[in-house]
Design a protein around this ligand. Sequence first.
Ligand SMILES: Nc1ncnc2c1ncn2[C@@H]1O[C@H](COP(=O)(O)OP(=O)(O)OP(=O)(O)O)[C@@H](O)[C@H]1O
Length: 313
Amino acid sequence: MEPGQNKPVEVPSRRYGRYLVRSRLGEGGMAEVFRADALDARGEQFPVALKLMRKDVPPEAFADEADLMGLLDHPNLVRLLETGQAFGRPFIAMEFLVGGDLRRLMQAHGTLKRRFPVGIAVYVCIEVLRALSYFHQVRTRSGRPLELVHGDVNPTNIFFSGDGEVKLGDFGVAKARGADIGPQDGITAGKLHYLSPEQTRGEPPLPATDLFAMGIVLHELVVGTHPFLRPEEPDEQAAMAALRAARLSLPDTVDKPLAQVLRRALAPDTATRYRTSGEFAGALFTWALDSGLLPTRQHVQAWLLKTLSYAGL
Ligand SMILES: Nc1ncnc2c1ncn2[C@@H]1O[C@H](COP(=O)(O)OP(=O)(O)OP(=O)(O)O)[C@@H](O)[C@H]1O
């Protein structure tokens, strides 16, 4: 273990800047995240997620994430409230998403021995694709395309509000080809299990790279397993080889039109994959309309509350 890694960030008191820290939510690659309360202009408390940079992380990496969050504004992206520094440590305060992340909901279904409802799975993917469509096309204030790629689409970065809204977060490894933001070329960022064939070859990520990761998430939700990796996958090299080959074999339980969507999203070659998030979302939307399975946000909210309460979360 690197010095300082995985050590909880010390919060000098329960007060952190203008925030009152309530509990620790967890730790990611660069920071620890806390649930805290802030006061609004009328003096009323509201919850925030407070991300505190770890001491061993290069400040530029965290600054890129904060700058990027400040530029982005979309209903399907986690919203930045404030960035700053307190007790010598940079922080990002963002909206608190009370429904937690998709990984937790997938685990809740596993614990309850229930399948993830296919209509909800498709709804979640369409909402994340809306965020990605914005992400891939966003421009700077002066109109220059940023050519952004998220680079870390996976269930731990997909969040739910209490109202059943779906939001993509964690822009820590996002790469802008139109600006000097993100990891250097040749550095493979993102979670191993969600890497695309081109990322395993060390190629720079493209929008199609995010769509491949989205395809993996859709497969996990609809089929219940990862498309290319077995849970007992022996080591990183074997996992990388399986991801690079991206050999897809879908069970008969997946209906034909949805299987076709998965094949296109998970095509090993970027040229045969969906070209844009809009095209991928459109295919899912057509499937949902044809099957009559697209839920409303109220249905998603009811499902969320039921799942969290049944799983005791
Ligand atoms: N805006 C938020 N609202 C509610 N919970 C959040 C929010 N942001 C992060 N969390 C929770 O805080 C914990 C840590 O989040 P973080 O994003 O740092 O870690 P991660 O996603 O597990 O790892 P990585 O950063 O390596 O992707 C997770 O349990 C996550 O669900």
